[in-house]
Write a protein that binds this ligand. Structure first.
Ligand code: PGA
Ligand code: ZN
Length: 425
């Protein structure tokens, strides 16, 4: 029992990959087992996400998280002392009660998520099993397709591109490690093509490690050049393309219009644009094609495009919004971000609900990521079949490196989701 009993919980302020403060939490059991987790942070956030508590004021331009740290150390820690780290759901529910608000605004979703994840990691350590197997059990064996953001735009990069992520998915690879190798070969090939066309500044990378070619403003150009790199390497049949449009951030609530390539367009014109894109390019997944309240529009696109439509700002990993989406047939995949909802248990509930209704699940980073690799473990734990965590930069490659280790440990039991990324069973 002492192995599992919480002796101490301690939070501190650390940095995310943008150099902004975020919460890190350590959980220590009476037998001296330690688990540590840090919480990522979004920039292109959805309105309905759980509340991220920031200090305000001058320090770190208001972005400090000392209040959230204090909430962990002074409110959550005393309440959880003596609890069993393997009772994840009980602990998560206790924190939800302790907070008492709809959106975790009293204690902060960043405080709660840090504890929730650190508790899970401590339990895995106490049981001496890897995190993916602790969360997922003996059936956790599917390695995800990496959704690689090779060219960045929107809120994540200093480019003129409106869409946030122009991604490639190596669905035809034989294994996860092969998928990453092919994906990075394409990334470097694309680098050469971009230098020729847009000059050396195009090799500057955005927050997820994708290129940021200056002056490029047409998403078709990005897709075109990604395809060129894929074809030059002879991988035409091994890759599909995908997008995160993050369309909420292109939408003007007052005019009801979207801005694309400098022009104001209607929702219908944007839908037509997607239809054209999908018939011209091998695009098999689009995230947030419309703004976060347009469930009807999502349903229409899901029906007409007949590809994966992922809800990020639409669902914000929230079971109520996902249920509404399922009822309305809006989107057919969930983007899973633990800190959007605040606890591991709630994120697992959302994933389960998605799968049981034939929805895909794409496990996702935040643009303000940390070096913690629980994300990689989570993707295998729930056999998600797809992971989005950028392309280069250490906080991104750390996730891929962890997936290499998991793949190696699973050995012949490991199965790469490949073309079945939407329902990898
Ligand atoms: P965020 O963006 O992490 O900044 O919210 C990533 C995304 O939109 O998927
Ligand atoms: Zn998104």
């Amino acid at each position: 029992m002492e192995r599992f009993e919480i002796k101490e919980i301690k939070a501190r302020e650390v940095l995310d990959c943008r150099g902004n403060p975020t919460v890190e939490v350590e959980v220590l059991t009476k037998a001296g087992v330690l688990g540590r987790a840090s919480v990522p942070s979004g920039r292109s956030t959805g309105t309905h996400e759980a509340f991220e508590l920031r200090d305000g004021g001058k320090r770190y331009h208001g972005k400090g998280v000392l209040k959230a740290v204090k909430n962990v150390n002074e409110i959550i820690a005393p309440a959880l002392r003596g609890k069993d780290v393997t009772k994840q759901r009980e602990i998560d529910e206790l924190m939800i009660k302790l907070d008492g608000t709809e959106n975790k605004s009293k204690l902060g979703a960043n405080a709660i998520a840090g504890v929730s994840l650190a508790v899970a990691k401590t339990a895995a350590n106490a049981l001496r099993v890897p995190l993916y197997r602790y969360i997922g059990g003996i059936n956790a064996h599917i390695l995800p397709v990496p959704v690689l953001d090779l060219i960045e735009g929107g809120k994540l990069a200093a480019t003129n591109l409106d869409f946030q992520e122009h991604q490639v998915m190596p669905v035809g690879a034989r294994s996860f490690s092969d998928a990453i190798r092919m994906g990075l070969e394409v990334y470097h090939e694309l680098g050469k093509i971009l230098v020729e066309k847009y000059g050396k500044h195009s090799l500057n990378v955005g927050v997820e490690g994708g290129y940021t070619p200056p002056r490029m403003n047409d998403p078709r150009e990005a897709l075109e050049l990604e395809l060129k790199a894929i074809e030059e390497l002879g991988y035409k049949n091994e890759f599909v393309l995908s997008l995160d449009c993050a369309a909420t951030h292109l939408y003007n609530r007052h005019t009801g219009k979207y801005t694309l390539m400098g022009k104001e367009i209607t929702r219908e014109e944007l839908i037509d644009f997607y239809e054209d894109l999908v018939s011209t390019y091998p695009i098999k997944s689009i995230e947030d094609p419309l703004e976060e309240e347009d469930f009807e529009g999502f349903a229409e696109l899901t029906k007409t495009l007949n590809i994966q439509i992922v809800g990020d700002d639409l669902f914000v990993t929230n079971i109520r919004r996902l249920r509404k989406g399922i009822e309305m047939k809006a989107a057919n995949a969930l983007l899973l971000k633990v800190n959007q909802v605040g606890t591991l248990s709630e994120a697992l509930d959302a994933a389960e609900l998605a799968f049981r209704n034939g929805y895909g699940v794409q496990v996702s980073e935040r643009s303000g990521q940390t070096e913690d690799t629980w994300l990689a473990d989570l993707s295998v734990a729930i056999n998600a079949g797809q992971i989005k965590t950028g392309v280069t930069r250490s906080e991104r490659t750390a996730q891929y490196n962890q997936l290499f280790r998991i793949e190696e440990e699973l050995g012949s039991r490991a199965k790469y989701a490949g073309k079945n990324f939407r329902q990898p069973f």
